[in-house]
Write a protein that binds this ligand. Structure first.
Ligand SMILES: [Zn+2]
Length: 328
């Protein structure tokens, strides 16, 4: 069949429908490109509907509140520290870092505590204000697509679980590439369509327009003028974590070879990951147990009357030598 939206990597192409439901059981049509294996929502809400959703409702729907509770401060600070550990080898004090989709500012705050000149862009007004007021993180309250930033402004740009939400990932990568200094790095992390930690019926989310695997995300970067400096999977959930550079600096992969067999590979993984196999495996139970351990630690940590910033500072001070969460 022909999709309503052309493949973001191949352009006009043919596709197959692989799902007609989202994780809530609502109608959501998801297709896979038979040339490159990219998976996307087709059709999807209009850009206007989409932006209204992110500016006003998205964080509420996810977290029930604009202002993070103390246990969320604890959790998000740990996540931000893990993100920092993952890029630690790239950073030097005084570097200029931009976090796109910076939420309540935890990650730029951790980076600033390490001597990085970090700032954020965040479309949600409540979270952008919180980042400024609680953590003194300079945060532009806007969609990054609308922000006017001079070319070659940043040493490091981070895009953490944002690219799957945008209408045009290729244009996004190209825009962020322009904001990058010639020897800078763009670090992108997204969910991996090949990961099997979600039950099959939980796979597709109305907010996730695109579902990548490492091969087609690397190729998308190449189309946007970026080359791969490093490509890894995050331990546990198998998220894709790619560090891009401008094309002249990184490794260019052969265009034809890279996508060969990728559609078949992704289709096969999706077909094999059935509900029965999922619950017969140890994965869901291990996830449940580790969540219970985490919640107990959070409850212990947020007793008392420490402010959000004191909770974050104590964690940062206690865990500076935390081991990296990534494997090659
Ligand atoms: Zn394609």
């Amino acid at each position: 069949m022909t999709p309503a939206i052309p493949c973001n990597l191949c352009g006009p192409t043919s596709c197959e429908e692989i799902s007609n439901r989202d994780r809530e059981g609502n109608t959501l049509h998801t297709v896979i490109c038979t040339a490159c294996g990219l998976v996307w929502t087709d059709p999807r809400p209009s850009n206007e509907q989409n932006r209204k959703f992110y500016a006003e409702q998205y964080r509420l729907q996810y977290k029930s509140t604009y202002v993070p509770k103390r246990k969320h401060v604890y959790r998000e600070t740990l996540r931000a520290m893990a993100r920092y550990q993952a890029i630690a080898e790239l950073v030097q004090p005084g570097m200029k870092l931009l976090d796109v989709g910076s939420g309540a500012g935890f990650f730029p705050y951790v980076a600033r505590q390490q001597g990085i000149e970090a700032q954020g862009i965040e479309p949600n007004q409540g979270f952008a204000e919180y980042a400024g007021e609680t953590f003194d993180v300079p945060t532009t309250n806007a969609f990054f697509q609308d922000v006017d930033i001079p070319e070659e402004s940043f040493d490091l740009i981070t895009l953490n679980h944002v690219l799957e939400h945008v209408e045009d990932p290729c244009v996004t990568l190209g825009q962020l590439g322009k904001w990058l200094k010639s020897d800078g790095y763009l670090v992108v992390e997204v969910p991996n369509i090949e990961a099997t930690y979600h039950a099959p019926h939980n796979r597709f989310h109305v907010g996730h327009f695109y579902n990548f695997n490492p091969v087609n995300l690397e190729r998308l970067g190449a189309k946007a003028g970026l080359a791969v400096h490093a490509s890894k999977l995050v331990t546990g959930e198998d998220h894709i974590h790619i560090t891009f550079q401008k094309q002249a600096l990184g490794v260019s992969r052969s265009e034809d070879d890279a996508l060969q067999g990728n559609y078949q590979r992704v289709s096969e993984i999706l077909r094999r990951h059935t509900t029965f196999r999922h619950y017969a495996s140890v994965v869901p139970y291990a996830r449940f147990l580790s969540k219970q351990t985490q919640y107990r630690a959070e409850r212990r940590a947020v007793r008392g009357d420490a402010s959000p910033r004191e909770i974050a500072d104590a964690l940062i001070a206690a865990h500076l030598d935390m081991p990296a969460r990534l494997v090659a």
